[in-house]
Structure formats: structure tokens, C-alpha cells
Ligand binder design. Structure first.
Ligand code: TGC
Ligand code: FAD
Length: 388
């Protein structure tokens, strides 16, 4: 019988293949060696360490589930483990990879023409080109079916007008997947950097996701040739299919953020003394640590199971909603509890937990808010849609 270990209490490692463990450990090492030494400074300065992007490409982390086009062709479980390790570093690091992979490379691979795939996918896999995904608008968030951005056919081109807000990677992207209403329903367009009428502006004054580029995109009579439309994307279902991919990675990723907070709090509790003994020896501290660890274990088992279902082609998008809803909410609660164990030190960037809390507040909202996922699961249970 294995002895329970504080960092993997029920031996989830045992459920992973050799390849899964090796990939996870390689990414963990990268995050520890290359990312952790620079994150505090970038978080404070509200910048992303752009120089690490080629290394993420070299590690095969962009479009890692895609087969062909210079992409590694990995499984859903591998992708999930990678997200977990990236988010152990910072949610912004995982977001950069999940937007590139799940929200840009996935739709190009799934809905794109052969020309679009050969143009973008190999370069994006190496990190030479960056993409972003424009669904949300200043007045439209949870209800993207009501989007106002409009594309009109004009001869052989499309002319797009509108704006997109809160777009991860927006100002550093070479290509934006822009979702717009048309006479034929919602369609996806590849809008390239430098196209006349297409501008981006970085959103400032964020207290969450500071080490991540978030932007507003403006489209003013942007003329896009027919070859830049995603030919196989049709209706709201297409962007929602992309969201399933990203939401799945998020459900894994936040377990990394929660684990980081747990590890820090456990170590701190063992060394910090008050009333002449380590605070880890107080029952109330142990109650907190046990609760955090229990939620991490439950959350990891949930996403591992859903990942295996996804690899077998048996995953429904409502399974993913359940996992996104539960895991983000529990990660956020766990991070707050971990922060309390550190007392005043818990609010310093130096101890990382407050940074994770601030990020998780956004993760709770993006990719479908906690409430929207609850309604999705509620509809699955009852058959009644309670969105409006
Ligand atoms: P509804 O009528 O329910 O659905 C329209 C069509 O889509 C189908 N469908 C899905 N298909 C695939 N996957 C899903 N998850 C799907 N959900 C629905 C549905 O069956 C239907 O198909 P068909 O064939 O009948 O046309 O649509 P609705 O307008 O009532 O909306 C439903 C709702 C509220 C669940 C949906 O709009 C929603 O999920 N809203 C949340 C919006 C959201 O998540 N935005 C995220 C923006 S991207 C982002 O945040 C990136 S963060 C950066 C990072 O990831 O790191
Ligand atoms: P709203 O939809 O206005 O919701 C406000 C509140 O009302 C929420 O609590 C919500 O749950 C609640 N609410 C709404 N409708 C209902 C209902 N029917 N029943 C009950 N409660 C309801 N978007 C992109 O397209 N691409 C990106 O790359 C991207 N990156 C992001 C990065 C960050 C850091 C952040 C913070 C956001 C990002 N987003 C992105 C936007 C994100 O997807 C939206 O913020 C999210 O979908 C919610 O929309 P909203 O903020 O407009 O909130």
C-alpha cells in the first residue's frame, strides 16, 4: 500500500501513463526554471514574458492535440496535464497557450480551408505567429448569440464592422478569429494584423491577469477576402465548440493554481510559529489544509475522467461545463483559504497566492461565467433552459 503523500494524497500519478508523467514533469520543470523567476516582475509591470513564446513552441505546447501541420498530435489528458502545470505558474501563461491552441488553432484545423491550415498552423505551432479569439463585445458577454459585430458581403470580399472586448493576446496577435453576424448567420473570419480598419488597444488598470495581454479590437469597414472566411464554421455552435476545448483545459489548469497555493500554504504552516508552535499544529489550520487538498483531489479525478471520456469520444459539452464550474469555484475558494494561512504575508506577490486569487476571479467569469455553466448543467438535468 502506498503511504499517502501530501502532494498526491491518493496517488493519482498511478492513473497516468509513462508518457503523461514525462510530459507533465517536463512542463513543470520549464515553469519552475524559466517562468517562476520572472513572473513577479511581469505581474507588477503588467507585461507577459514574450521571450518565452518560442520555448513554449519548442516544447510542443501549441496545438498539441492537432495531428499533422507540424503539431504533436497528443491526447486530451496530455493537454490537460500541460494546462495544470502552466497554471501552477500563472493563469496568464495557461491562457496564452489555451487561446492559441483551443481558440485559434482548433477552429482553423476544424473549420478552415487547406490553405488556411498550411498558412497558419505550422507557424503557430512554433510560436512564430500568435492568434486571438474575438467573441465577446463591450455590450455582449454571456449571450454571444446577440452579437452586434456585422459582416456584409461586398463583391468577392466581406466588410466587417464592430468591436470585440476583453480579448486575450489581442494586441500581440498576428491573426484574430472574429465571429460576426451575417445574413447567413454567425460566421468566423481570419482578420490579419495590419488589415486596414483593424486596430487593437491594450486594456490597462487590470488587477487580475496582469501578466497577460488583454485588448479591445476595433473593426471599422475591415475588408476581408473570401479566402479568409472559415468555410466550415456555421452558426453559434461553431464558436461554442471552440469554447468546449478551452473550458476543458481551464478545468485542469485551475487545479494547478490551487495546488500551487496548497503547497505554499502547507510549507508555510509547518515553519511559521505562533504561541510557541508551528501553526500547522493547530486544528483550525489542519482543517483548512485538509479541505483544500480534498477539493484538489476531487477536481483532478473529475478532469482526468472527463479527459479519458474525451479521448474515447464520449464527452458531452455539459460534462465540461460541470468541470469548469466546479473546479474554478473550488480553486478560488482553496486559494482564499490558503491565503488566510499566510496571514499578512499572504497578500505579498512574493508568496504568489494573492496573484493566483486575482487571476482566478477572472477565470470564474471568462469562458462562460460560473452562473452560465450552472444554468447549462441545470438545463441538462431538468430539460428547461433558464437563460432568459
Ligand atoms: P443555444 O441555442 O443553446 O445553442 C446554439 C447551438 O449551439 C449548440 N451548443 C453547443 N454546441 C457545442 N458546444 C457547446 N458548448 C454548445 N452549447 C450549445 C446548441 O445545441 C445549438 O445547436 P443547433 O444545432 O441547435 O444550432 O444558444 P444560446 O444562444 O441559448 O446560448 C447558450 C449559452 C448561454 C450556453 C452560450 O451562449 C454560452 O455558452 N455563453 C457563454 C459565452 C462564453 O463562454 N464566452 C466566452 C468567450 S471566449 C473567452 O472567454 C476566452 S477567455 C481566455 C482563455 O480561455 O484563456
Ligand atoms: P455579463 O454577461 O454581463 O454577466 C455579468 C453577470 O451577470 C455575471 O455574473 C453573469 O453570470 C450574470 N448573468 C448573465 N446572464 C445571466 C443569466 N442568464 N442568468 C443568470 N446570471 C446571468 N472573451 C473573448 O471573446 N475572447 C477572449 O480571449 C477573452 N479573454 C478574456 C480574458 C479576461 C482576463 C477576461 C476577464 C475576460 C475575457 N473574455 C474573453 C470575456 C469573457 O468571456 C466574458 O467576460 C464572459 O463571457 C462574461 O461576459 P461579461 O463580462 O460581459 O459579463
Amino acid at each position: 500500500m502506498p503511504t499517502p503523500h501530501a502532494s498526491d494524497f491518493i496517488d493519482i500519478n498511478h492513473l497516468l501513463t509513462q508518457e503523461e508523467r514525462l510530459t507533465r514533469d517536463e512542463v513543470k520543470k520549464f515553469v519552475q526554471k524559466e517562468f517562476m523567476p520572472v513572473i513577479d516582475e511581469h505581474y507588477e509591470n503588467a507585461t507577459f514574458p514574450l521571450d518565452l513564446i518560442p520555448q513554449l513552441g519548442n516544447l510542443g505546447l501549441f496545438g498539441m492535440k492537432i495531428d499533422g501541420y507540424d503539431c504533436p498530435g497528443g491526447t486530451n489528458v496530455l493537454y490537460g496535464l500541460v494546462c495544470q502545470e502552466l497554471e501552477r505558474g500563472d493563469s496568464g501563461l495557461r491562457s496564452l497557450v489555451s487561446v492559441q491552441s483551443s481558440l485559434v488553432m482548433y477552429p482553423i484545423f476544424t473549420f478552415g480551408s487547406e490553405e488556411q491550415k498550411t498558412t497558419w498552423l505550422p507557424a503557430m505551432a512554433k510560436g512564430e505567429k500568435i492568434g486571438c479569439f474575438g467573441l465577446t463585445e463591450p455590450d455582449i458577454g454571456s449571450d454571444p448569440g446577440s452579437m452586434k459585430t456585422w459582416a456584409e458581403k461586398d463583391g468577392g470580399d466581406w466588410v466587417i464592422n464592430g468591436s470585440k472586448m476583453w480579448i486575450t493576446n489581442g494586441s500581440i496577435a498576428d491573426v484574430a478569429i472574429i465571429w460576426a453576424q451575417t445574413d447567413e448567420g454567425i460566421k468566423g473570419f481570419l482578420v490579419e494584423k495590419g488589415m486596414p480598419g483593424f486596430e487593437s488597444e491594450e486594456i490597462k488598470k487590470k488587477v487580475s491577469f496582469r501578466a497577460s495581454v488583454t485588448s479591445t479590437l476595433y473593426l471599422n469597414n475591415v475588408r476581408v477576402p473570401e479566402r479568409n472566411i472559415l468555410p466550415k464554421a456555421s452558426g453559434l455552435k461553431s464558436p461554442l465548440m471552440c469554447l468546449n476545448e478551452a473550458r476543458y483545459g481551464i478545468a485542469w489548469g485551475v487545479m494547478g493554481a490551487a495546488s500551487a497555493c496548497y503547497d505554499i500554504a502547507l510549507k508555510y504552516a509547518k515553519t511559521r510559529k505562533q504561541f510557541n508552535k508551528p501553526i500547522a499544529a493547530f486544528q483550525l489550520t489542519q482543517d483548512k489544509l485538509v479541505k483544500i487538498m480534498t477539493e484538489i483531489v476531487k477536481g483532478q479525478l473529475l478532469v482526468l475522467h472527463i479527459g479519458r471520456l474525451k479521448d474515447e469520444g464520449r464527452c458531452d459539452h455539459r460534462h465540461i461545463s460541470l468541470a469548469k464550474m466546479n473546479n474554478v469555484s473550488e480553486a478560488l475558494k482553496s486559494a482564499r483559504t490558503a491565503r488566510s494561512i499566510l496571514g499578512a504575508n499572504g497578500i505579498s506577490l512574493e508568496y504568489h497566492i494573492m496573484r493566483h486569487i486575482c487571476n482566478l476571479e477572472s477565470v470564474y467569469t471568462y469562458e462562460g461565467t460560473h452562473e452560465i455553466h450552472k444554468l447549462i448543467v441545470g438545463q441538462a438535468l431538468t430539460g428547461s433552459a433558464a437563460f432568459s
